[in-house]
Design a protein around this ligand. Structure first.
Ligand SMILES: Nc1ncnc2c1ncn2[C@@H]1O[C@H](C[S@+](CC[C@H]([NH3+])C(=O)[O-])CC(=O)[O-])[C@@H](O)[C@H]1O
Ligand SMILES: O=C(O)C(=O)Cc1ccccc1
Length: 251
């Protein structure tokens, strides 16, 4: 049945603007409502990374293959991948375990006039089978997966990826050097301040994500991707403590 989707309202993120009891950050309905504004003002480089996911997808997608966007939120990276896929016989799957995100994501996908169907699944990406993949994206999602489960997930992705296929992995990272960690964190906070967040918003959000978003070093990411079965790992983007890597399977 065809229907006429209304675009979700674009709202400003004020979730941490007033004093609140400490509680772990969750991807609930209040976050989903403000998410486009929140991620754009919080993640340096996000607005560059999204269009580049289209460019990278176009370069690595293979005819008749499956493409996955794991932790798709409202589908920004999913839509970038969709626009980079020129083949009608590919499938594109977006996965997120937040029902609030998936519900809104459906609207955004429906509004995007494009012939390639998108399958949206509301499930844990740890349960998503990955097979015959050419391009898989984890755009700021792995950082929310329990550290001890990350290696197995990446191995399953590498295993399910065709020769010459890729994983696009974007993450907030931490630094070996305490001095660099300090400088990069300060620069990130300055970026947020420049985007209109107050000191209270920055510090309350920081406490809320502390136990939920666990950053690792670039070296840890690189080693684990190689151990998982990717042949080559490169950083194609970095702004402060936010990076995006391209992991390539041997062809
Ligand atoms: N185990 C999990 N299973 C499924 N989903 C998960 C899991 N853990 C977290 N998520 C989901 O991963 C998403 C992370 S946001 C991705 C942005 C998007 N890629 C974008 O390009 O706009 C990044 C951020 O908020 O920093 C959220 O929607 C979670 O519900
Ligand atoms: O806001 C921050 O400080 C971040 O590190 C990024 C972020 C963006 C969206 C949800 C959770 C964390």
């Amino acid at each position: 049945m065809s229907h006429n989707p209304t675009p979700p309202q674009q709202e400003t993120d004020r979730l941490f603007a007033t004093p609140r009891e400490p509680a772990d950050f969750r991807f609930d309905a209040s976050v989903a409502r403000v998410f486009p504004d929140m991620i754009r003002r919080s993640v340096p480089g996000y607005t560059t990374i999204i269009p580049m996911i289209e460019v990278i997808t176009e370069q690595y997608v293979q005819p008749g293959s499956h493409c996955y966007d794991l932790g798709c939120s409202l589908g920004a990276s999913t839509l970038a991948m969709r626009h980079g896929i020129p083949y009608r016989d590919c499938t594109l799957v977006g996965v997120d375990n937040s029902s609030a995100m998936i519900e809104r994501c459906e609207h955004y996908i429906a509004l995007d006039d494009h012939p390639l169907p998108v399958t949206l699944l509301c499930e844990d990406i740890l349960d998503t089978p990955i097979r015959d993949a050419s391009v898989t994206t984890l755009n700021f999602t792995l950082q929310f997966v329990a550290p001890e489960r990350r290696a197995a997930l990446l191995s399953r992705i590498a295993e399910g990826t065709r020769p010459g296929g890729v994983l696009i992995l974007s993450e907030k990272i931490r630094f070996e050097s305490a001095v660099e960690q300090d400088i990069q964190t300060r620069l990130h906070h300055e970026f947020k301040r420049a985007n209109g967040y107050s000191d209270l918003e920055i510090s309350q959000k920081r406490s809320a994500i502390e136990q939920v978003l666990i950053p690792e070093t670039l070296a840890a990411h690189r080693e684990r991707l190689l151990a998982a079965g990717f042949e080559r790992v490169m950083v194609w983007y970095q702004c402060f403590n936010f990076v995006s890597m391209l992991a390539i399977k041997a062809s």
